[in-house]
Write a protein that binds this ligand. Structure first.
Ligand SMILES: [Zn+2]
Length: 133
């Protein structure tokens, strides 16, 4: 008789050893991102002042705004993912893919502590080509 654990009850033993560390890393990362987001928003507000009379100055200011907007967006996205990863971890699912329920490979977890899917599922989750039968 071969033991066949139910997919739902699966736990990633290798990953579990690194769980306390991962939680620390993710919490630190979350705090850092939240702080950065506040800073970006503050910078962005500071720039909501009348544009300079100088045309080249104006262009630079608009560019800066765009850079800050993109930065805020990217930071917000990462913050959401890190928070999500912490929820995943607190649910006792650290190292388990949230899509297929398989273990997430240790090197992937080491490289991406906020990963909540395995490499295969991450590849398949590319925005467009999902409806393939
Ligand atoms: Zn998966």
């Amino acid at each position: 008789m071969t033991p066949s654990p139910a997919p739902a009850a699966k736990s990633n033993q290798a990953a579990a050893q690194h769980l306390p560390k991962a939680r620390d890393v993710l919490r630190g990362r979350r705090a850092e991102l939240a702080e950065r987001l506040v800073r970006i928003q503050r910078d962005r507000q500071r720039q909501e002042q009348p544009l300079s009379a100088d045309f080249s100055e104006q262009a630079t200011e608009r560019e800066n705004d765009e850079v800050l907007d993109r930065l805020a967006e990217a930071t917000g996205l990462e913050l959401r993912q890190v928070s999500h990863a912490l929820d995943h971890l607190d649910a006792g699912l650290y190292g388990i893919c949230e899509i297929c329920g398989e273990e997430i490979a240790a090197p992937r977890l080491a490289a991406l502590p906020d990963a909540t899917t395995c490499q295969d599922c991450a590849n398949e989750r590319k925005p467009a080509g999902h409806g393939r039968a």
